[in-house]
Design a protein around this ligand. Structure first.
Ligand code: PAF
Length: 284
């Protein structure tokens, strides 16, 4: 069964009656197979799934794509209903606030500011972005009070910021990170892929191809990190890259001396569209 609530007061009312285990999937809508994998995992692991669809203005910078971000609510609801049909004994509560003031009422004046992790990589290029993400996710967590919450690992830094927030604020929520879903070409699924022309979509493959190449160079061995760093330097001569960096997977530190798991994080910019990808590797 799927139910849609559009106001926070309705959400609070529904939540107050809930006695079952809740899995939560926060999204900005315009669902693709990546989001669906979160929904399915949440349905597998919980009796009830709360699924939010809210384009959060706090995580967009002044010159970013908040206004043009794709909003496809009817289509999204249909997709969720289709999946929910496969789980007849479970229910999905969609929270799709119609207005920003439902989530952030006038006068709302709190910011969750995660330092450190939030100021490198994406955070350095998009100041305030992760504060916006942490603030809305915290607010949604407080409203939904889930036991488990599901996030895509494509936004690895976002996942790290949320794990840090949950740990620091002692929130009783288990965070589950779900693997990147890719097109057969290798392109990681993203709602922003639809901004790309056919030509740019072809160009975008540089992201996954470079990741794969560097992953193969490392081949699970710490001793190969030097070769990888040289290849990264070489790749970065292409000005389409915003960044391409190897970081420790647990801390996002650049110091990989003690690392047993590293993440290659990269962003390319095609026109006004920025595309993110990453690759996780165990090394020894
Ligand atoms: O990953 C997203 O879609 C968003 O950043 C999130 C977590 C729903 C917060 O708005």
């Amino acid at each position: 069964m799927v139910k849609v609530v559009k106001s926070t007061s309705d959400l609070i009312q529904e939540r107050a009656q809930e006695t079952k285990t809740i899995g939560f999937v926060p999204t900005m809508g315009n669902l693709h197979a990546g989001h669906i994998s979160l929904l399915e995992r949440a349905l597998d692991e919980n009796e009830v799934v709360y699924f939010s669809i809210f384009v959060n203005p706090k995580q967009f910078g002044p010159n970013e794509d908040f206004n043009k971000y794709p909003r496809t609510l009817e289509q999204d609801i249909k997709q969720i209903e289709e999946i929910a049909r496969k789980y007849p004994q479970k229910s999905v509560m969609i929270y799709a606030p119609t207005d920003t003031s439902e989530v952030f009422p006038p006068g709302y004046n709190q910011t969750i500011s995660t330092t450190g992790l939030s100021t490198v990589l994406e955070g350095a290029i998009r100041p305030g972005h992760f504060d916006g993400v942490a603030t809305v996710v915290f607010r949604l967590f407080e409203l939904v009070k889930p036991q488990n919450a599901y996030f895509g690992l494509k936004d690895y830094q976002q996942y790290m910021v949320i794990c840090q927030m949950v740990q620091d604020l002692i929130l009783p929520i288990k965070i589950v990170g779900m693997p990147i879903i890719r097109e057969t070409s290798g392109l990681a699924l993203s709602s922003r892929n639809q901004y790309l022309s056919a030509e740019q979509k072809e160009e975008a493959l540089i992201l996954s191809k470079t990741m794969k190449k560097i992953g193969a160079l490392i081949n699970g061995k710490k001793a190969n990190l030097n070769f990888a760093q040289a290849e990264i330097k070489n790749a970065l001569t292409d000005s389409r890259w915003n960044y391409l960096e190897l970081r420790d997977s647990q801390t996002l530190s650049m110091n990989l001396g003690q690392s047993s798991k590293v993440t290659l994080l990269g962003v390319i910019q095609l026109g006004s569209t920025r595309l993110l990808d990453n690759l996780q590797m165990e090394i020894q």
